[in-house]
Ligand binder design. Sequence first.
Ligand SMILES: C[S@@+](CC[C@H](N)C(=O)[O-])C[C@H]1O[C@@H](n2cnc3c(N)ncnc32)[C@H](O)[C@@H]1O
Length: 227
Amino acid sequence: MSDKKRQVKRIFDSIAFRYDFLNHFLSFGIDHYWRKKALKLSGINSDSILLDVACGTGDVAIRANKMGATKIYGADFSHNMLKLFNKKSNWIVGRNVQMVAESIPFKDKSVTNITVAFGVRNFYNIQQGFDSFFRVLKKNGKATVIEFRMPENRFFKALYKFYFKKILPKVGGLISGDKEAYTYLPESVEEFDEKVDLVKLLKNSGFINIKKHSMTFGIVQVIIAEK
Ligand SMILES: C[S@@+](CC[C@H](N)C(=O)[O-])C[C@H]1O[C@@H](n2cnc3c(N)ncnc32)[C@H](O)[C@@H]1O
């Protein structure tokens, strides 16, 4: 197992039981809106066959179900995150599968939509992940990526950095009992934003009609790409 894979898996297995609370608390509840808006932009409806990659405790899948989708699969490599997902979503048609995003054990062209919320930043090989999204999607299917980014406005960026680097690690570390996890989060966002071009990686995998949307002063991006 690569170092990154081992580190990320350890972090999510460790914070799983505090993840939902901290997510909503540290984002002041706006995370619900980000997932809902992204699913609306992706056109999720009752005809969708959705694979939610890096599903964690299932908030994207549960929201998609509220929007009419019933054929939903959740995929994540953290056993503890999936355990909570299963508890929250007994009623979801489909299955939650323990697997890595870089090698999805689904048939070619088997789903209409793939979502990944706050997950690609943690992939140990994003290109490989997008290649497997492309393979599993049907023609005209959509991949939706929701991810944090650094805001562009200088004042807001300074404020955001203060919150992300000084407040979030302290509160997150204290409540989850895992300081490394909430130090990793801000560090990974800044590094990711500087180094990774998601649109380019999606294009490399064969995606077209790639559209980028920005939310909440540019701290969250939603990218929708078509096969
Ligand atoms: C920040 S959480 C996001 C969970 C959920 N999508 C949400 O919106 O709350 C990131 C999730 O990605 C999973 N993950 C990270 N890298 C992965 C990989 N390479 N393959 C599968 N799951 C992965 C972690 O286990 C974790 O549950």
